[in-house]
Design a protein around this ligand. Sequence first.
Ligand code: DX5
Ligand code: ZN
Length: 223
Amino acid sequence: MKRRLPKAGTVQIAPSILSADFANLASEIEQVVSSGIEIIHLDVMDGHFVPNITIGPPVVKWIRKCTDAVLDTHLMITDPGTYAERFIDAGSDHITFHIETVGQPAAFIEHLRSLGVTVGVTLNPETPAQAVRDIVPLCDMVLVMTVHPGFGGQSFIDEAARKCLQIRKWAGPDVRIEVDGGIDSETAPVVVKYGADTLVAGNAIFGRTDRQAAILAIRDALT
Ligand code: DX5
Ligand code: ZN
């Protein structure tokens, strides 16, 4: 049974395990879930669409066994059509693909939905918002990249984040808008003002010794 994203409108922090200790993933995930985290962001890179390689379906399968959180799977891969189903079988609840990689996004969204998951589309910083205009209403969540994908710990690109303002108008209140890259207690309030409600944070959480204090710091900045 697939988990559903929390209802749109509530701000959620989605820790990205990219900066976590991969030799202790179960404990890393447990620490953030015990802070009330409901979404775990999984970064999948193929060394082709982006210049880095991360995890595949076997790792997702083991993560699935250690948490009930929503597994939000960000596919930074050239060929999501071939691999998405393997991630769904492994336990992903939500699949995000890059608009730059799919020729017929509306049909692909429908196909992914038929496999039981919620669906998101994302766009790189240099891709104009217009590229997703027609499919925003078909998505459960739109992911606005606020760094060039490939690595954790990069600096937030404000100009890319501003696309949330336009996308929120097309999305209405029921579609989540997620931001990814350089989110911390300084940039979190900025992106929420732009209309984002799902904040991926890697380095700002797993780059700190106390993961729970790191989550609190972001939450405090939002109040
Ligand atoms: C970047 C990934 C991000 C990354 C964010 O390519 O998609 O999810 O982990 O990391 P931070 O929060 O460190 O910028
Ligand atoms: Zn990501």
